[in-house]
Design a binder for this molecule. Structure first.
Ligand code: AMP
Ligand code: MG
Length: 323
């Protein structure tokens, strides 16, 4: 069986195709803001201008008659972007006369991670632009055991980078700067049970920079503090749930310092650490295609009248009837 998936919850516009065993194709046409952060309406405008061409290009490589399922990210995400994606998916499903499956974007990150790494029943640390959550399965649902009380870690990194005059996306630039950092400056470390918060840290780090601390040291201090918080909550969830696997997913998962810290933490607990390849870490169409395929095989199909965008779609809402 072959599934085509469309992702476009925020900056990333991506179409992926998977079969039962592997990722066949991913094509991306991301929205990159000229200045500042992501403007939902501009991102949606970008998606609407490009999505037709992107799908056409994918269908020139994978014959349309081979596609069995059309999957799309139904939420969570930016409303205007989600509506473009849902509309494109509906049109494609009608045109190909194939079933439509609307999927939860966070669950797609998690399931593609399990699929490609072989993690069985992990605690998942999902770290992206808008989201930061510690998730684990309990029975027929995934549950969020801890999450950010304000902004996602990716947004925090992007905001800090922007303040220092760097362009979006800031995460990779902060990572490079941090490698050259030498002096650690203390920043607010906010963990409450398994929840955490980043916005106070961003303000404090911006102040360090305004007071003359080098970009390298600010980036270094920020990463060390924020990633220590994430490692702490991930470890707490693993201890609480008695799990011996940790899975890292989401765009910020591309950060090698974060992965190294989590790897050490897992080693010290005798647990295994898993992370998918970079191309599957950030938002991509293949993860949407894969979850659509998995859900379709387990009886899910989205009727046209239920295919509207769900900007606040929570992972807990999905009943998980697969292993
Ligand atoms: P996502 O929303 O999952 O696609 O992730 C996008 C976020 O990942 C943005 O906030 C980026 O700044 C961030 N990001 C991407 N690469 C890195 C990296 N190497 N280190 C830290 N953050 C990153
Ligand atoms: Mg994401």
């Amino acid at each position: 069986m072959i599934s085509l998936g469309i992702e476009g919850t925020a900056w990333s516009l991506s179409v992926g195709v998977v079969d039962e065993d592997s990722v066949l194709l991913i094509e991306n046409d991301p929205y990159i803001p000229k200045e500042g952060g992501i403007h939902p309406r501009e991102a949606a405008q970008h998606h609407s201008e490009r999505i037709g061409r992107l799908i056409k290009s994918v269908l020139s490589k994978i014959p349309p008659e081979k596609i069995d399922v059309v999957s799309f990210s139904q939420g969570p995400g930016m409303g205007p972007c989600l509506r473009i994606v849902a509309t494109a998916a509906r049109v494609l499903s009608l045109k190909l006369n194939k079933p439509l499956v609307g999927v939860n974007h966070c669950l797609a990150h998690l399931e593609v991670g399990r699929w490609r790494t072989g993690a069985k029943n992990p605690v998942t640390l999902y770290v992206s632009g808008g989201n930061s959550q510690v998730i684990a399965r309990r029975g027929e649902r995934y549950r969020v055991f801890g999450e950010t009380l304000d902004i996602g870690i990716g947004n925090a990194l992007d905001k800090l980078a922007r303040h220092m005059g760097l362009k979006h996306p800031g995460g990779p630039k902060i990572e490079e700067l941090a490698k050259k950092g030498k002096k650690y400056h203390e920043l607010p470390y906010v963990v409450k049970g398994m929840d955490f918060s980043f916005s106070g840290m961003v303000t404090a780090a911006q102040k360090l920079y305004d007071n003359g601390v080098s970009m390298e040291d600010v980036a270094f201090s920020f990463q060390e503090t924020a990633f220590a918080m994430l490692a702490e909550v991930a470890e707490r969830a693993m201890a609480y749930l008695s799990r011996d696997e940790l899975l890292l997913v989401g765009g910020v998962g591309a950060n090698s310092r974060l992965a190294a810290m989590l790897d050490v933490m897992c080693d010290e607990r005798g647990a295994r650490f898993f992370a998918p390849s970079i191309e599957l870490m950030g938002d991509n169409g293949a993860m949407i295609a894969y979850l659509g395929l998995l859900m379709f095989r387990h009886g899910y199909e989205t009727r046209l009248e239920d295919s509207t965008a769900k900007p606040d779609f929570r992972i807990e809402e999905v009943e998980v009837n697969w292993d």
